[in-house]
Design a protein around this ligand. Structure first.
Ligand SMILES: [Zn+2]
Length: 305
């Protein structure tokens, strides 16, 4: 099968998985069973007929309302289903040639549910984190056995321990920065990232904090995104010239030079404006923000790179 076909199969698989994730996202934080009772309308309590439970399609056909009582059904249901299909397609296109696509799909599904719950409840429930670990880790071991990648598996085990130690230390030093759920999740993500290499683990440990700072700033003072974007574009366009004058030689990798300069310019301009706003007391400080989404996005970006 070529990668387009694998991506398509994964996308189709993602739709019903996304439906199930909707159930998980709603019920797990409310301590309800994910299997019983079957889905019902929050308005009239009637069970939802299979024909009205087709991912994305039913919501569109019913224009986001219950067939019986016309209670509004949140756009979040089709959004989660479509996002899961999209994420599965990306994973399939990138990793479809190896059996490692299986643990990655399971991990992707779990991360979507965890991110959605963390954003709403500031919580990464053990009822999801533990089963994810018990599924994903053995599936990576199985992939290692099939692909004869025992080195990768050993590195993954060590990577999980390293990531857990790093996040445990941060949590211990600054318990307000993240919850212990993030520390537990870091073990699984460190394991998964290190399976693909040490540099992947390095990015997986670093990117969440970069994304977290950008995200934190964007939430506290969205206006800062303007100078950040400006700095990023400016850095990207002039990256090669800046690196040339800085190092005195032509950079060996033009794209890398552009991205590096873009990141530095974006962070510098963004921080400058942020500090000015903070000095003028125009920034809302001290709000708790969920770290799980940054952790997940950072690790998955690292795995894709
Ligand atoms: Zn209804």
């Amino acid at each position: 099968m070529n990668s387009t076909a694998v991506a398509l199969v994964c996308a189709l698989l993602g739709l019903p998985v996304g439906s199930f994730l909707n159930v998980v996202i709603w019920r797990i934080p409310r301590k309800e069973s994910v299997v019983r009772p079957p889905s019902h309308c929050p308005g009239c309590d009637q069970p939802i007929a299979p024909i009205d439970n087709i991912p994305v399609v039913s919501w569109l056909l019913l224009r986001g309302k219950c067939r019986r009582c016309a209670t509004r059904i949140s756009y979040r249901y089709p959004l989660i289903e479509a996002s899961t299909a999209g994420a599965f397609a990306l994973v399939g296109a990138r990793f479809g040639e190896s059996i490692v696509v299986i643990p990655l799909l399971v991990l992707t599904a779990a991360l979507i549910a965890l991110c959605a719950i963390d954003i709403e409840h500031l919580l990464l429930p053990n009822r999801i984190v533990y089963p994810t670990g018990f599924m994903v880790l053995p599936l990576f071991a199985l992939s290692a056995a099939v692909d004869n990648q025992w080195n990768s598996l050993g590195r993954a085990a060590l990577g999980g321990v390293i990531a857990f130690s790093v996040f445990y230390a941060i949590w211990f030093a600054a318990p307000k920065a993240m919850g212990f759920g993030d520390v537990r999740l870091s073990l699984i993500l460190g394991f998964g990232a290190a399976y693909f290499g040490w540099s992947t683990l390095g990015y997986a440990l670093f990117l969440p904090f970069l994304l977290g700072s950008v995200g934190g700033i964007a939430i506290a003072a969205p206006i800062v995104l303007v100078p950040m974007t400006f700095g990023g574009v400016l850095g990207y366009l002039n990256g090669v010239a800046v690196m040339r004058s800085y190092q005195g030689v032509e950079p060996t990798n033009a794209t890398q030079a552009r991205l590096a300069v873009a990141t530095v310019f974006a962070v510098m301009l963004g921080s400058l404006v942020y500090l000015l706003l903070a000095a003028a007391k125009r920034v809302e400080r001290g709000r708790h923000i969920p770290f799980g989404p940054y952790l997940a996005a950072g690790a998955m970006t690292a795995i894709f790179l």
